[in-house]
Design a protein around this ligand. Structure first.
Ligand SMILES: [Zn+2]
Ligand SMILES: [Zn+2]
Length: 453
């Protein structure tokens, strides 16, 4: 019998069916780019593919043995994919990565966490406590491919999207009236947990243009995610402490306390990092890299030869007498007179515009003349406020007209109906509440007038 099976199998010795996995072998998205998927996003999509909630998947499959071994204990592992630390360092040494790899037969899931940073930095202040997203990225995703949340958005130091150059947002802006009961909404990276609507939209009012500094920080972190450090296991020859020791020696002539004062830390913290006893937070690493004009990877790998003397270091080096002499060169009487005339005449300007007009640095101006400066800012703010109010009033009039037209036809006006009839959406914060309120008013008036008639 045994011989027979052997002969029989000779026809086709190798099976073409790949080894079976318990769960679908879902491919992580965005690998090899700065926008690779985060583990929490992957896990939510994995659960959704099986039509399960992430909690049920965790309880029934991922950690079924924990519940079996201790049925009365309440571990919070079911919800740990929600925690900010999940994409941080904790997920890498926890069992999540290995369990998910075993269940899906998909290797390299560790890359979806920040585990590679574990040996360099302290976990404090590394990841966001609340989710943040780029509404344009999610909009792109839902139009062309699967929307997901990249690992990049998990960093607390990343506040904008380098791809679309807009600030990340943390709220959908949906009014409370539209919230669904929790548990009825799918847990997916692009779905609002409150209103179940899509978080992807091209015109989110809070997705404003970021400052150049914020954008630079986001780009630096994005570069780190595609660096060799983050993508392949490396053995470290040199570390942060070598970097600091060597740059202090070559760029600051051994004066470590100068670096400490530029970074805004105590001398003992700096010496702790230099000796390798303590690990700094990620924001500090970013600050050090920015200050030395090199990549974050260079700082972590101790490549001090890449460090340059940036303008900030130079300025701090020559701080003291020269800047004081410069301050003396300003004719303050003239400046104050110019500021006062700015307060009375012409259209209000921002403080930065006024500062360039009078030819003084805005910070210097603010230090020397705090009252005048706040008055100038106030004047500009009130102008902007009244401009927005005018814009909102004009828009409200348009909404009212349209709502009355619908009410006259016997339809109850609502924001959906107005949208269908071609009303443009403006970036008013909580637009739907704004429009719905007017609609309700118009409808009440129409009903009241009918009753009188
Ligand atoms: Zn984006
Ligand atoms: Zn929402």
């Amino acid at each position: 019998m045994n011989q027979e099976t052997k002969d029989f199998q000779l026809v086709e010795t190798q099976s073409l069916i790949p080894p079976r996995s318990v769960l679908v072998r879902l491919q992580p998205l965005g690998l090899g780019t700065p926008y690779r998927e985060s583990l929490s996003s992957y896990y939510q999509r994995l659960a959704d593919v099986h039509s399960l909630t992430p909690q049920v998947l965790a309880r029934e499959l991922v950690f079924a043995d924990i519940t079996e071994a201790a049925p009365h204990k309440t571990y919070n592992f079911e919800d740990s994919w929600r925690m900010p630390s999940f994409n941080g360092l904790a997920a890498s040494d926890g069992r999540w990565v290995s369990r998910l790899e075993a269940l899906t037969s998909q290797v390299g899931l560790g890359e979806l966490t920040l585990g590679f940073l574990g040996q360099f930095i302290s976990t404090r202040g590394l990841v966001n406590k609340r989710p943040k997203w780029c509404p344009v990225c999610l909009e792109d995703g839902s139009n062309h491919e699967t929307p997901y949340s990249p690992l990049l958005w998990s960093f607390k130091t990343v506040t904008c999207c380098p791809k679309h150059k807009v600030n990340l947002v943390s709220s959908c802006g949906c009014p409370r009236a539209e919230w669904r009961p929790s548990g009825r909404v799918k847990c997916l990276p692009h779905v609002c947990p409150r209103c179940a609507g899509s978080l992807g939209r091209p015109d989110h009012p809070k997705a404003t243009v970021p400052s150049p500094k914020k954008l630079m920080h986001a780009c630096m972190v994005a570069d780190l995610l595609v660096s060799a450090l983050a993508t392949q296991p490396t053995t470290q020859q040199k570390t942060l402490s070598d970097f600091l020791k060597e740059t202090v020696q070559t760029l600051l002539k051994g004066n470590a306390s100068k670096l400490a004062s530029i970074l805004g830390v105590t001398k003992s913290s700096l010496s702790g990092w230099m000796s390798g006893k303590h690990r700094p937070e990620f924001a500090r690493i970013l600050q050090i890299a920015e200050l030395h004009g090199c990549a974050i990877e260079d700082v972590l790998c101790g490549r001090s030869e890449k460090a340059r003397l940036t303008s900030l270091l130079q300025k701090e080096k020559s701080a003291g007498k020269p800047s004081r002499r410069n301050r003396g060169a300003i004719n303050w009487k003239q400046v104050v007179a110019a500021l006062k005339s700015e307060l009375i005449e012409g259209t209000p300007l921002t403080l930065t515009e006024v500062a360039t007009k009078v030819g003084v640095d805005p910070d210097t101006l603010r230090n020397r003349e705090p009252e005048l400066c706040s008055a100038i800012s106030e004047r500009w703010l009130s102008l902007r406020k009244s401009a927005t109010r005018r814009r909102d009033l004009a828009y409200a009039g348009q909404v009212r007209m349209e709502a009355m037209r619908l009410a006259n036809q016997g339809h109850r006006p609502s924001w959906q109906r107005l949208l269908e009839s071609g009303l443009p959406v403006t970036p008013i914060w909580q637009w739907r509440t704004f429009v719905q309120k007017i609609c309700d008013e118009v409808w009440e008036q129409a009903e009241a007038s009918k009753r009188i008639a």
